[in-house]
Design a protein around this ligand. Structure first.
Ligand code: ZN
Length: 348
């Protein structure tokens, strides 16, 4: 007991006790800090995980029916999913909104659902939705326009033409749609011979003066000389890619010599030398290069309505669905076909 008392009074013992207490406190404080950091990070990961994973169908059912978010918020969320290409989630949301008994925007939601089915390529489901809307509200031009598109994509041109009738009654401008559907119906008619189709398309073009690309693309493929004879020289620009790609044996020099644009185009291609310069920059560069470089023209099509750009020609814009709005733009590019031909020749 005395020994312990003496030890307790010893200043060295007090210092050891003091530092031991400091060590224990520091250790626990460090350990607690690490533990808290780990817990916080785990909580944050768990929290963020909810946003990385999309809600399941059952979760959506519970969330929508609970009414925690307004119907408008769900519609905005579905539109955002659709915009990002997640059509499946967007469709699930629309379907769940429609399943809620007291929905106030059933017609609008059905229209959006039909649109999303159409975008996702579920044409039959889209058709059913639009028909259902029209059953209750026949005077809905938006639904009629989409129903026409659905039939057109399904290649059921007869039904598409039938949709034009109620649209006309609603004072919608359907002239271009009518011509376009007649042209498509003609092109897909297996009972009509190619030559007859070409003549009928030509008659359609002469009557309406629209769809130059659709008409002349087909006629140049079937009968190039017929196409040259009836070529609308004012539409040469939009037909540039077709004209530029024609084989030399299918050219008609009499017609080419009548148009400055055609003279420039074929001089740029290097077939003939009818001019030494061009007002179009790309043609001018190619004329001056005179085949000394592996350069060629490449073509891009811009929709004059929505400004969407496409690497291929189109008759109906796949984004805004307007007909005959393509505008051509040129650029210079490397001629891989010429390089390939030259490489093959060097191996022979
Ligand atoms: Zn467009």
């Amino acid at each position: 007991m005395d020994m312990f008392y003496i030890g307790f009074r010893d200043p060295l013992f007090s210092i050891i006790i003091f530092f031991t207490i400091i060590f224990i406190i520091t250790f626990f404080s460090y350990w607690w800090g690490r533990y808290k950091r780990k817990e916080d990070s785990r909580y944050l990961d768990k929290f963020l995980e909810q946003f990385r994973a999309l809600p399941t169908e059952n979760e959506l059912k519970v969330l929508i029916s609970s009414g925690e978010l307004s119907e408008k918020s769900w519609l905005l969320l579905a539109a955002s999913y659709s915009k990002n290409g997640d059509y499946e989630k967007s469709i699930e949301i629309y379907n769940e909104i429609l399943n809620v008994a007291n929905t106030t925007r059933a017609k609008e939601t059905m229209f959006l659902l039909g649109k999303t089915y159409f975008k996702a390529g579920f044409l039959e489901r889209s058709r059913q939705i639009f028909l259902e809307i029209l059953k209750h509200s026949p005077r809905t031009p938006q639904a009629l326009h989409y129903l026409l598109l659905v039939y057109e994509y399904m290649r059921d041109y007869k039904s598409a033409l039938d949709v034009l009738e109620p649209l006309e009654e609603l004072d919608e401008d359907i002239k271009l749609d009518k011509t376009y559907l007649h042209a498509l119906s003609l092109l897909n008619d297996t009972k009509i011979q190619d030559k007859e189709k070409a003549q009928k398309l030509l008659a359609l073009y002469k009557e309406r003066g629209v769809l130059a690309h659709l008409v002349f693309e087909y006629i140049f493929r079937i009968d190039p000389q017929l196409a040259w004879k009836n070529l609308d020289l004012e539409k040469c620009e939009i037909l540039s890619e077709i004209l530029y790609g024609l084989e030399s044996k299918n050219l008609n020099l009499d017609i080419i010599s009548k148009s400055q644009y055609l003279k420039d185009l074929y001089s740029a291609r290097g077939d003939i030398s009818l001019c030494t310069q061009s007002s179009i920059f790309e043609f001018d560069v190619l004329i001056k290069l005179n085949g000394s470089s592996n350069a060629t023209l490449s073509f891009e099509y811009i929709c004059s309505k929505c400004k969407g750009s496409y690497p291929f020609a189109f008759n109906r814009c796949s984004s805004c669905h307007v007909i005959d709005t393509a505008v051509l733009e040129y650029s210079l590019s490397r001629d891989y076909a010429k390089e390939f031909r030259e490489e093959n020749n060097s191996f022979q």
